[in-house]
Design a protein around this ligand. Structure first.
Ligand code: CP
Ligand code: NVA
Length: 305
């Protein structure tokens, strides 16, 4: 039975730990220059309906390092659901390729790719979630803290795709997770509810980043206007202004707090230069780890470890 990675919760806690262990090994080998051609001769089809730097570069480079080949398919190449149905695209790619990674707008499209493809499908971001990002984030937290015990994560900003994946992670790894956001920008209430019902983590929504931040291990933020929301950017800038991550907020959080951001960052908006370039920031470790963790996810789904 083929496996997909469309949500963090597609993996059990044990499987998440196995992927993180595999990521440690692949990162070490990459750093040492030891080759690991675990996907030799395999091909990855990468479908992008939205722009990307990190996701494209990390998957393409990672696949090459594993001995495989990655194909980049832009919106002009694939008329997802327009030129042909998502189901037919899934069936077609299953005849040529060994694995699919897709970045799409509509979450239903990634679900359909998973349903109709005979090969593993990886979610490279949808309007709903971004599981590869948050798997890499938790790997980065583990790397820096050395453990995941007594973890407090404060997500400051829009209750959107990246935040949703943090909630899904909190269904597998115990943590105190607070999202501090303006009213009207809360995460999907079903995601919050299902996370609360899982009962593993303490999760809550706050409208005050300063009271939420105290004692946090991670202060996390994301852009105020995501891809596809460009027309709302000016209005959002005003609404989100009190939720900027700046030195004042990091001081309230404390010296133990790491600053994280999925990137790309809009410096001066959701984060100041001082914070993103400061000593508590681990954003480029986080970005690098996308590649190591996604290599592990591909190898794991292909049963090639
Ligand atoms: N964080 C992230 O997914 O970056 P890209 O949009 O550049 O891929
Ligand atoms: N929330 C952002 C994440 C980018 C990686 C977006 O969807 O544009």
């Amino acid at each position: 039975m083929k496996r997909d990675f469309l949500h963090i919760t597609d993996f059990t806690r044990v499987e998440i730990d196995e992927v993180l262990e595999l990521s440690v090994r692949l990162k070490k080998e990459t750093r040492e220059g030891t080759s690991h051609l675990l996907l030799q001769g395999k091909t990855l089809a990468m479908i992008f309906q939205k722009p990307s730097a990190r996701t494209r570069i990390s998957f393409e480079t990672g696949m090459y390092q594993l001995g495989g080949h990655a194909l980049f398919l832009s919106p002009a190449d694939i008329g997802m659901g327009k030129r042909e149905t998502t189901a037919d695209i899934a069936r077609l790619f299953s005849r040529y390729n060994d694995i699919i990674m897709a970045r799409v707008f509509d979450h239903q499209h990634i679900l359909d790719l998973g349903k109709y493809a005979a090969i593993p499908v990886i979610n490279g971001l949808t309007d709903f979630n971004h599981p590869c990002q948050v798997m890499s984030d938790i790997f980065t937290v583990l790397e820096h803290r050395g453990h995941l015990n007594d973890l407090k994560v404060v997500f400051v900003g829009d209750g959107n795709n990246v935040a949703h994946s943090w909630f899904k992670l909190a269904q597998r790894i115990p943590m105190e997770l607070i999202i501090a956001c303006p009213e009207g920008f809360e995460p999907d209430e079903n995601v919050v509810k299902e996370t609360q019902e899982t009962g593993l983590s303490s999760v809550s929504v706050s409208y005050d980043s300063y009271s939420a931040a105290a004692g946090a291990d991670v202060i996390y933020t994301d852009v105020w206007a995501s891809m596809g929301q460009e027309e709302e950017a000016a209005e959002r800038k005003k609404i989100f202004k009190p939720f900027q991550v700046n030195t004042e907020l990091m001081t309230v959080a404390g010296d133990q707090a790491y600053f994280m951001h999925c990137l790309p960052a809009h410096r001066g908006d959701e984060v100041t230069d001082e914070v993103i370039d400061g000593s508590q920031s681990i954003v480029f470790d986080e970005a690098e780890n996308r590649m190591h963790v996604q290599k592990a996810i591909m190898v794991y789904l292909m049963g090639a470890a």
